[in-house]
Design a protein around this ligand. Structure first.
Ligand SMILES: Nc1ncnc2c1ncn2[C@@H]1O[C@H](COP(=O)(O)OP(=O)(O)O)[C@@H](O)[C@H]1O
Ligand SMILES: [Mg+2]
Length: 255
């Protein structure tokens, strides 16, 4: 199962959710996980304590662009799975990937050979509707959309969902897995957040997960320490919320 974390807004929790959902799948469901960092800002890579200098051009872009480079040559090991890392150099690969005759199927085709080695492939996307986001949408079975309750604009979400739905025309297996709220802080604008969450729920029905992620300082501290929330603070609200959300995601696949 290939899952992409997408939203064309930045700072909504894509990277954090990619890391911690993947970590939960590994830690609690014993899943073999491959993480793919498709953001040139390399946040997910840093969240695993890996510096860009350790990656250089051995990044996910090279894996995608070069058929002759085996995954083992690029992958970095983490305690919760393998990582195809990113570095600023990834941005240099984007034009090349886009110019390829197989665009936007590049990543999908590259993963074919390796998919059976993993139970889950988790793709972290950049905060744009760029070539990298397109190849991630085409490569995935499910895309998950995190959103930050206070800054949620309907218009924005609806436009994004229309965009990603169109991907189905060229990639029929690509489905909306679900939308979930992150960085929920009841002290800030509780009414606004709740109203937006309610209205979004009405729009999306069971595609809106009932689990949500609270604002929790341990979540960002874990990243600064280069590890996931379950390792850093297993009793924190962040750990509880990501555990709950991952369970809900897993049970949504069984429906
Ligand atoms: N639940 C949370 N509680 C506190 N801080 C969070 C939480 N989720 C994300 N953050 C912080 O918010 C920032 C943006 O999150 P990130 O996952 O990088 O968003 P995106 O990938 O969508 O740009 C990061 O600094 C991250 O540590
Ligand atoms: Mg990110």
């Amino acid at each position: 199962m290939v899952i992409s974390l997408v939203n064309n807004k930045g700072g909504v929790g894509k990277t954090t959710s990619a890391q911690n959902i993947g970590a939960a799948l590994h830690r609690f469901a014993e899943a073999r996980v491959l993480f793919i960092d498709l953001d040139g800002q390399a946040s997910l890579t840093r969240c695993f304590g890996i510096q860009e200098s350790q990656v250089g051009s051995n990044n996910a872009g090279t894996f995608i662009a070069r058929d002759d480079v085996p995954i083992e040559a690029i992958v970095k090991k983490t305690p919760v799975g393998d990582l195809l890392p990113s570095s600023a150099e990834l941005n240099n690969k984007e034009d090349y990937i886009k110019a390829s005759p197989i665009f936007p199927f590049n990543l999908k085709l590259r993963l074919e050979k390796y998919k059976s080695q993993y139970d889950f492939v988790i793709i972290d996307c950049p905060p744009t509707l760029s070539a990298m986001t397109r190849i991630a949408l085409v490569a995935c079975d499910m895309y998950m959309v995190p959103l930050q309750a206070e800054f949620l604009s309907y218009e924005g979400l609806r436009n994004f969902l229309n965009y990603s739905k169109e991907i189905q025309l060229i990639s029929p297996q690509t489905q909306l897995g679900g939308v979930f709220a992150t960085r929920y802080n009841p002290r800030i604008n509780k009414k606004l957040s709740n109203d937006l969450i309610e209205a979004t729920k009405q729009q999306l029905g069971d595609k809106f997960f009932t689990s949500y992620i609270r604002d929790n300082i341990s979540v960002s501290e874990a990243q600064a320490s280069g590890t996931d929330i379950f390792n850093y603070a297993p009793e924190s609200n962040g750990a509880k919320d990501y555990y709950q959300l991952t369970r809900e995601i897993l049970s949504s696949f069984k429906k």
